[in-house]
Each structure stands twice: as structure tokens, then as C-alpha cells.
Design a protein around this ligand. Sequence first.
Ligand SMILES: [Zn+2]
Length: 337
Amino acid sequence: MGKVRSRIRSSIDLEQMGHQVGELMIPWSDNAVPLGYHPIPIINIKNGTGKKLLIVGGNHGDEFEGPSAIMRVSQRISVSGINGQILLIPGLSFDAITQSRRTNPLDNKNMNRVFPGNPNGSPTEMLASYLENELMQNFDAIIDLHSGGKASFFMPCSLAYKSQNGKLFQKNLELAKAFGISTIWLLGKNNDNRSLNSAADRANIPMIAAELGGGGGVDPDMTNMAEIGIFNILNHLKIYKGSDTLAGSKFEKIEISNPNASIYSPAFGLFDRIVKAGDIISKGQTAGWFHYITEPERASIKLKFEHSGIILAHSNRGIVKKGEMLALVANKLCLGT
Ligand SMILES: [Zn+2]
């Protein structure tokens, strides 16, 4: 018996030339759709024999900057200007996107924590397996656009996986530089190997992700940055002539080398934040007040950083649960590392 093929298929032939819209079809029998399929809209633009780029947004369903940038790109690009292929998936976790939820309501799974997935698993697991084992094999590069969603806010950055394969790592870095955002977050040993970045690494496909602010809406500066970044990469891969520009000759690299440097909520309460994403912080500095709002007789405490670094992201919530990320701390790396 051979390998189980995916149950997911595309409604359009992705090898066909031209501009086509269609959908990935997930067969999942539930009360809403007992005998049909759950669609994920896709846009495929193909012409000539150049490189092939897969662009994904909505990996998490409450992050709308990436999907907005991808929809803009689909409106701007004409097939005659293309040499190669661009497959746009503006809302990968589509049922999550339609409900502004991080995880997929079909199975409550987090798309970026299920790779390599399972061809016989739940919708999200089936999709992960299809992406890792079938779809991405046909592409020369991948972009996956994220933001902090409703829960958090990230300083804008591109993410490059520190592959054990040196050549692949260099290609990931080249993509990050071409994208143009000046901060590059290197995904090292503390990265979750159930992410799309890890899947691309296993499949030996160059890839970057991006974090584009957050808040659960659409920030115009972040969306502009993503749109420009996509055109820069299309130009870099010689798929589409004419890049937009983004100041981008100087880059800084950051990494989360010490997960214990980040601050998590000590209890249920109110996080009264006084720092912002992108701030450089030093050991002993205050991140904010923590108020025991359900027990006002208790004294509020000052949450302090135990290590120096840069704030990569912070919570976007006021009320937080014990264990929630309040401030994600990374370190700047020396140039050349
Ligand atoms: Zn995300």
C-alpha cells in the first residue's frame, strides 16, 4: 500500500496558464456540510516558465493585514506581466477568517501548530498534510503573512528559519532581505516544528513569514508594508517586473535565544502595559503594572524584565489569564551572525 494521498483537491488546474480563481476543497462531513466540501478560495496566475511563488495569508483567522495585502496584489497584477506562477491563498484557515478567530472552528485546531498534519485527520490536519506533502513541492518560494491578531501586537518583521541546511538558510535570508522590512527574526532552536516555516524547511523550499502588527483589524501602514514586500519578492524572483520600494539596505537580526526572558501573566488580572513593541529594554526595567482587579484589596505589582533585549511583541489585551504572554523578548544579534 502506497502513501495515502490527500483528500483535498483544487477546483482548478494549477498548471494551467492564465488568471484563474478557484478553491481548495476540504471534504469534511459535519452538520453544516454533510456531503459537500468546505472551500478555501485561491487565485492562480501563471504565464511563462519563470519561478513559482506561493503566498499565504490567514494562516490564523484573526490576522487581516496579510489577507488584505494579498487581495490588493491580486487586483494589481495582470497575467501578461508575469513570468512564472503566483498562487495566492488570502485566507488559508478560511472558516476561521470568516469568524475572525485564530483557530479553525471546524476542528478548533491552530493551523500553525499541526504540521506535518495527517491526510486522514481533521480539516486543519488534512490541510497541513496537503500543503507540506503535495502543494509546496511545486513552488520555488513561499511567503506566509501573519500579525498578532486580536491577542497581541508584533513589531513588523520578517521571519527566516535558521535551517540546518546552510544553502537553504541563505535563501531564506535573501528572501527576507528582498521583502524589505528592516528587522529579521531568525527562527532558531526555540521555533515550533509544527509551523509552516518548519514544513517548508523539511520540504527544502525557501520561505519567509512576516509579523505585521496586530490587533485583529487592518493597519494601513502594516498592509502597505506587506504589499510592497510581496512586489519586492516578485521582482527578486523575476516573476514580475517593477518592485515597489521599502527602505531596506540596513537590516537587524533578532532571535529569541532565551524564552525565560519574556514575561507571562502571573494571575488573572489587568495588565497595565507601559512598554511597546520595538522598545529596547534592560534588566530591571518595568513592563507594566499588574492589577488584581477582581481582588482590589491586593496590592498591584510591577512586572519587571529579568533580562535585557528588545520587545518583539506584547499582549494586546487588558484582562489577561495566568500564563498569557505579556511581553515577548528577543535579542539583537551582531551583524554578520
Ligand atoms: Zn499568525
